[in-house]
Design a protein around this ligand. Structure first.
Ligand code: GLU
Length: 318
């Protein structure tokens, strides 16, 4: 009976099976889900990460990129370390402490963290209402203060800056709040002041400043000397007058850097393609979020605190 089936028919059927098997194998090989850990919805990480996800997915359609909203930097390095996400936006100080197992990561180093690129300055903004009577960090003693979300880099910065002024969490009433929650609690007078570490203008502060008169508390030279002796990632910056409504004078404060990080276990082609898509399309990223306009390929490895990922090194060396 087998003899009655023409050979050509058998060949065609075998070829068809082979083709189907090959194409589904190729599809399974190629289609890759990529997640970028970001921060709270009212920060910069979340919308900027969304812009990056869109650009990478457009440039490399086999990469399906999405963003995850998180507590931010401290939570994000843990997500990278556990293999839950492929990329994360983090602060350079937090990335360094995590990789080396120092500061808040003492005893739990994450040596697999890898750098992709330095992005833009993240400014420590201590915000209160103009009528609150709080004019300096020292005035925060006894006040109810939003120190950032649990798992944020902001929260680490708040602790360090308070310490540089001789204060600890025992001297204030601590609230772990996202930027959006902090702004709405200041508006409702449930919280007296909030720390935010983010690129300025930060949406949560801009929104608050449109309806109420705000004040941004400075971090002065003396505190900077104390801070930078212990924590070398801080630099001095000025928030220019006019950044927010009712801020009519420059405000001196400190900043760290935002960076994009990954993990050594993430596929080198995925890291290469994602890096290339973002850095070959910075103008598009800037059109999606203003912080994109402060990112440059030239400065992307200045002060890189992590070992570079092999896929990133391939892009920056070609
Ligand atoms: N740098 C902040 C943090 O890690 C997050 C900033 C943002 O969401 O834009 O706490």
């Amino acid at each position: 009976m087998f003899k009655r089936i023409p050979h050509v028919f058998i060949v065609v059927v075998v070829l068809m099976f082979a083709l189907v098997a090959m194409s589904s194998f190729a599809f399974a090989q190629q289609r890759t889900f990529v997640t970028i850990a970001t921060g709270g919805l009212a920060g910069v990480y979340y919308p900027l990460g969304g812009g990056m996800a869109r650009i990478v997915s457009e440039q490399y359609p086999h990469l399906t990129v999405s963003v995850q909203s998180t507590g931010a930097s401290v939570a994000n390095v843990g997500l990278l370390d556990r293999g839950n996400v492929e990329f994360a936006l983090i602060q350079n100080d937090i990335g360094y402490y995590a990789a080396t197992g120092t500061e808040m990561f003492a005893g739990r180093a994450m040596p697999g963290l890898r750098g992709v690129a330095m992005l833009y300055p993240e400014t420590i903004q201590i915000v209160t209402l103009a009528g609150s009577g709080i004019e300096s960090v020292a005035d925060l003693a006894g006040k109810r203060v939003a120190v950032g979300a649990a798992g944020s880099g902001t929260e680490a910065n708040a602790r360090q800056i308070l310490a540089a002024h001789g204060l600890s969490y025992n001297d204030i009433r601590v609230d772990y709040l996202s930027f959006a929650e902090a702004a709405s609690n200041i508006r409702d007078r449930n919280v007296d002041a909030a720390f935010l570490t983010a690129g300025f203008p930060t949406a949560a502060v801009t929104d608050l400043a449109t309806s109420l008169n705000i004040r941004v508390i400075p971090v002065l030279d003396s505190a900077f000397s104390t801070l930078s002796a212990d924590y070398p990632f801080y630099t001095q910056v000025t928030i220019p007058a006019g950044t927010y409504r009712n801020i009519d004078e420059d405000v001196q404060t400190v900043a760290v850097m935002a960076m994009l990080a990954t993990h050594e276990n993430v596929n080198a082609d995925v890291v290469y393609q994602s890096t290339k898509a973002i850095f070959d399309n910075l103008a598009t990223l800037a059109s999606l979020h203003s912080a994109g306009g402060r990112i440059s390929k030239e400065a992307a490895q200045d002060g890189q605190p992590l070992e570079l990922h092999e896929g990133t090194a391939r892009y920056f060396n070609e």
